[in-house]
Design a protein around this ligand. Sequence first.
Ligand code: ADP
Length: 783
Amino acid sequence: MKAPPGASSPSLMLVTDEAGHVLSSCGGGARVLGGAPEGRLLAELFGEEPARTLLSRADAVDVPWQPPVPEGSASAPWHLRGRALVGGGVLVQVWGPAEPSTGVPTAWERRIAPHLLDSSEDLVDQQRAFMLSVFDADPNLIFVKDRFGRFVFVNKAVGDLFSLPPDELVLQHNAQVHADEAELAAYNEVDQRVLSTRSELYLEESVSKADGTRVWFETCKRPLQGPNGELFVLGISVDITERRRMEELLNDTNQRLQLAVKAGQLGLWDWKVDEKTVYFSPTWKAQLGYENHELPNTFSSFHELLHPDDLEDVLHVVDRYVKEPSSGDRYLNEFRMRARDGSWRWIASYGLVGRNNEGQAVRVTGYHVDITERRQREHEEEALRESLRHTNERLERLGRMKDEFLANMSHELRTPLNAVLGQTEALAEGIFGPVTESQRGALRTIEESGLHLLSLINDVLDIAKGNAGRLELLLEDVAVEEVAQESLRQLREQARRKNIAVAYSSDGEVRALRADRRRLRQILLNLLSNAKKFTAEGGRIGLEVSSRDEGKAVAFCVWDTGSGIAPEDRQRIFEPFVQLDAGLARRNEGSGLGLALVRRFVELHHGELQVESELGRGSRFTVVLPVEPPVSPRSVSPSPSPSQSAEPAPAPVPAHTSAPARGTVVIADDSEVNTRHLHGYLVAHGYGVHIARDGVEAVRLCRELLPSVVLMDIQMPRLDGLEAIRSLRADAATASLPIIALTALAMPGDRERCLEAGANEYLGKPVRLREVLEMMRRFETRA
Ligand code: ADP
């Protein structure tokens, strides 16, 4: 039930004369003045300044005032309000801090001080005028209605509400000044109830004004008996529009807050530090699976559920924020709490510290958010990342091992192959005696197979090097026409055997490009031999050379009328070891490495590779290379390189001689297989040959013999080839000996290392005998 408006009356009312002497007082608050005020001056009671304001500008002035004896803990000021009285003097209303604007007690009329009235005048008139001035001074509505709903008395505040002088309202019916039907009906209904039950009613009601605004009142209506026994309704209404607005606002804010808390599943908590009490909201408890009544609002509820490993940290953080204002006012803690079902939940606790003027924490409020799922996700992600890291490391290690293995294996394979090829060559040339035609045929087969094996090994080595990022280009100026013709020449014979026509065309616009000659030839040969391989007998293949990008690039297009490649396979074929039809490929002798290498070499040249194809009709592989590729760390310029190009015409084989006619050669190599055929070949060509099995022996032999040429292997026991070369160069006697280094060229930098150590030339293994001979002859002519 609402409090009656009388409850918010002024604590005290004083009537003074014009000079400010208190003539009369009423109300229960006299003790704030420290005793009865009668006879004292306003200035004494409230101070000079407030007294002056009350007396001079008395009407509707609201003056704040601090009582000398504060009530309770409130330090808020009290209110003084002055009203000029008819006939002089002031009515002073005194309110406590809470309620600044409420009514005059209706009992006042009985307390009018007799000395306010001039005895020489008409007492009744004076009293009436005085009474009216008291009512009119009241900001609340005071009205009396008869049983027909007509106003028989209104104070000024009622008139103001309807924008009419109070006198004009008298005897008007409510309906004549008020338009809102619903409100009118409500007023009448209440009036009738008061009259019929003869009891007072408290209610909140609204009045819609002519300008459309709505004012809210808290009204007390009570029956009032007139002099003739007639019943009236007395109404006193306090304007509560502002209060209602605040209430609505508060309500709204509250609702919004509650919604937010609910939507966010926030578990609120509130700790009053000085009172040592704590509150946990039902959601706070529900996060842990508890009903509201199952957990008491005590600190131990929190402490006991906190994970023992987190307890110390959590308390430390809270303690710091509470005790040290410099830490700030907001904090976030993350910890585990045990739920009702025994599981651990991860909780994020956001706290806000409220401090008094001295900076002491008086209240800490905040909320809990259950972050278990987020934590789990983070945990799983971390575990996944960790295992991925491990897997990647393992894969990388495996990859490195595989590449090293491939590089080593192919290196190891090339050494015996070197011997096979060398000996075959020597045999075929009749170095070890005459050979019959059928033996020559067998030797050719051995050589072809050996060469095929060698090219396979080289491909594997290239792939391994490419994977390890160790493929290098030796860039030089390459004549386009020449390289195209070379590649075609190597293929024509095989194509002829398969009755395949080979076409060639060129627009002749680009004459040369900067490229690695050997790699470019490999690109073209691989594409051409694929074209031949996958084209049936009687078909056609071809190479077209044309300029691109206004001569800045050159396109090599290899086409065929063969089997074609299905669209879904056109990417796959560039992966190493991929062959579309393994059976066919086996018939065709392939390794599945050709296109993978083509792609890698094209990339190294900063070129592009395209494939167009139609199943059953043929394919076109187009390689576009820039004429001047950007220089990259992967490419180096060559010095005269160990040419593996078209073999020079075989040197005429002399008869088997024993006496050294040409000069002395020292061969330093620990492998007997390698040296045997070189030895035989060179002896057959008239050289005196001496073998050293390690570096130390090689140096000794060279100093002793001062040979015309030294063939120096690099990997040797005791002293390796590089060290041996260095020590020969350091000795004046041997400083200018022609030295040819024999390297596997398996590792990048091999070539540079040989030349740096002092070798004049180097040859990649397996060495071709004729090449060694050519090179040695060049030295002789220079000498
Ligand atoms: P391979 O040693 O088998 O030729 P490649 O890497 O050169 O290996 O080619 C991979 C596969 O791509 C071949 O086995 C073949 O199936 C397909 N292929 C390559 N070139 C052609 C072509 N011109 N016509 C049809 N299929 C081709």
